[in-house]
Ligand binder design. Sequence first.
Ligand code: MN
Length: 244
Amino acid sequence: MSHRPLIGIPAASLEPSPARPARYFQFNGNYPACLAASGALPVVIPLGLPEDALADLFARLDGLCLSGGVDVAPAEYDEEPHLALGKVDAPRDHSELTLARWALDADLPILGICRGIQLLNVAAGGNLYQDLSAQLSGSLTHNIKLSESPWERPTHSVRLAAGSRLAGILGVTDLMINSFHHQAVKRPADGFAAVAWAEDSVVEAIEDPSRRFAIGVQWHPEGMFQTDPLARRLFAAFVAATRG
Ligand code: MN
């Protein structure tokens, strides 16, 4: 029997409504499905756990997967909210920033996807564009609507830094990816380097090469897992690192 590494995926809040008076959480099932298909044992982490319980749970994890979702509160990187800031999720920010900082301290493998690259960068001390179209003139359309283009459809190219960990994993330096984001990494955190860029120079991936595995991508490989072997390679490399 092979050992399946345990990989935590923090949940997101579900907005309260009269039909849901209790606290409900949500997650995109593609993330645990891709991790399980790559040989891991995914576990979704509820928000609002007492810190000692969260620490006990963290101590059992072999890796942390930070998934897509709403915007990180700009106060977390010392900025006032821009008018074009989207929704935020304070309990999720708190839980994910805590887990990401523990993972960075312990050098636990981390894969950040979409919001996850942004969260990882903020956790490590970097900052973000709060809204690309408002703050970076001439930027491409990065916030493709899911109603107009499915997860698996690539919509723009990225160029990877030759010699980066990510380029080594994917085995290419140019690829086409999907794009469902209105924010992006502005200044990479100390220790992290930008390793992929769109044509408009928007950062599409970061990594810290000194760590076991600390990579964030701005696209959604979990949405291309069935159709793109490169998406499967990224998950496979992450799961392999969590076994190390
Ligand atoms: Mn993009």
